[in-house]
Design a protein around this ligand. Structure first.
Ligand code: UD1
Length: 430
């Protein structure tokens, strides 16, 4: 099992390049099998979740050609096994995107119920409601979701709750249904727009992605395309918050600043300077951090995937802050780990009440999920002394070369595998 070992105290300074959006890439890869022609996808992040999905796609017969670390060619004409039952599938929640893709293309799909980060109960009722509205018969059997339809027919679908996954999944199936589909109360996240743009580049007819009403006219066939995935707003935001927590000066490159507005707004509130350039943002944290209030909301609100990183920043801000989690009910488990580093945080139901402390101190902690893990890395870089983070496989699910990028900004961080290596690191930095 690998760990990160970090010697904190260095302000992060310099430039960092952001990769393609993991959450967009997962859906786009699944959608790529909806045509029998070869699709080229660029700016793919080279992270574990993506590689796990590619493995499963190969398993069901898709031809995957890794052109380089960030480019892949997908050919879905050989997909033979519609049931998707694979161990890797359990590891990534986004395996559910194969449901919408397979159902749209073959009118039949069976996918094992997904796993993913343990951040609360993550039902699929809205996905299923959408597929049923399109005329599919859907049932849960033997731990899998099975959907089948004679014909998929467009329909009017209202989502009771804003759901990224349900919006994208229904959009994929509806792209190859007969007639018109309207999705009301759709998610507006940048990756919903990216998936719609990708499907449209394959010949789909999807309008309104990025608003809360998406209109789709089904087509019979989709065709080849070449597509480059948008930058990852969460990876970008993580580096922006790392700059703030370490009192650094970081230019985060290859981003779409518009996608980062909620993150930028909170950094300004806590007293950082944020400069927006064409495709970069620079964060300078030269003053003591101030307290603020944050509530996670669907886009364009403050992203739940940035919540742990925000808490870490507020943990050393002056005064009392609150962070309210309104999307997932179980997303504060990392607070116990942060407390081991000296944070003063009390969680009451969905609200974390944070009393700023002067600084964190290094400790041995565990990455409990992807974003919480990244947040602990930030805390480690801001802390006095050495922090050891266990279970970093969670972090590797969504951050490419995290330690390398951080080292490029001056962080003292290494990926190690043994207690001996940890002792060696401690000796080196002492
Ligand atoms: C996606 C992201 C995840 C992010 C989340 C919210 C991917 C692969 N993952 O997850 O990183 O944290 O959006 O921005 O893109 N819900 C239901 N029924 C459903 C579906 C969802 O009640 O059928 C609820 C969920 O429990 C949650 C809320 O809706 O409370 C939002 O979830 P959703 O947007 O669907 O998240 P994911 O697509 O799973």
């Amino acid at each position: 099992m690998e760990q990160y070992v970090i010697k904190g105290g260095n302000p992060l300074v310099g430039e960092v390049e952001i990769g393609g959006a993991k959450n967009a890439a997962l859906a786009i890869l699944a959608a790529a099998i909806m045509t029998d022609e070869t699709v080229t996808i660029e700016n793919l992040p080279n992270v574990r979740d993506i590689n796990a999905l590619l493995e499963v796609m190969e398993e069901i017969g898709a031809r995957i050609d890794r052109v380089d670390a960030h480019t892949v060619k997908v050919n879905g004409s050989y997909v033979k096994e519609v049931p998707v039952d694979h161990d890797s599938m359990k590891k990534i929640r986004a395996s559910y995107y194969l449901l919408g893709a397979l159902l749209g293309k073959y009118k039949r799909a069976e996918v094992i119920l997904p796993g993913g980060c343990n951040i609360g109960s993550r039902p699929m009722d809205l996905h299923i409601k959408g597929f049923r509205a399109l005329g599919a018969h859907v049932e849960i059997r033997n731990g899998a979701v099975a959907a089948e339809a004679e014909h998929l027919k467009g329909n009017h679908i209202y989502l009771d709750k804003v759901s990224v996954g349900a919006t994208i999944n229904i959009m994929m199936a509806a792209a190859m249904a007969e007639g018109k589909t309207t999705i009301e109360n759709a998610a507006k996240e940048p990756h919903v727009v990216d998936v719609a743009n990708f499907l449209n580049s394959m010949g789909a007819n999807i309008r309104g992605a990025g608003t809360d009403v998406i209109r789709i006219v089904g087509v019979k066939r989709l065709h080849k395309t070449e597509y480059s995935i948008i930058p990852d707003q969460i990876e970008a935001g993580t580096f922006m918050f790392a700059a703030a927590a370490t009192k650094g000066d970081v230019t985060v490159k290859n981003v779409i600043p518009k996608h980062l507005e909620a993150t930028t707004a909170k950094l300004l509130e806590v007293g950082c300077e944020v400069e927006e350039l064409d495709d970069a943002v620079r964060v300078v944290a030269s003053k003591p951090l101030k307290n603020t209030q944050v509530t996670t909301l669907p886009y364009p609100g403050f992203p739940t995937d940035m919540q742990p990183q925000m808490t870490v920043v507020l943990g050393t801000a002056c005064g009392t802050s609150t962070v309210t989690e309104s999307i997932f009910e179980n997303r504060f488990k990392y607070v116990d780990e942060l407390t081991r580093m000296g944070a003063s945080v009390k969680v009451e139901s969905s609200i974390a009440i944070i009393t700023g402390v002067d600084h964190y101190t290094g400790a041995r902690v565990s990455a409990l999920d992807l974003r919480a893990g990244a947040a602990l890395v930030i805390a480690g870089m801001a802390a006095e002394g050495v922090t050891v983070i266990d279970d970093i496989h969670y972090i590797q699910r969504g951050y490419e070369n995290f330690e390398g990028k951080l080292r490029g900004l001056g962080a003292q961080i290494e990926r190690v595998e043994t207690e001996k290596e940890i002792r060696k690191f401690r000796f080196k930095v002492s």
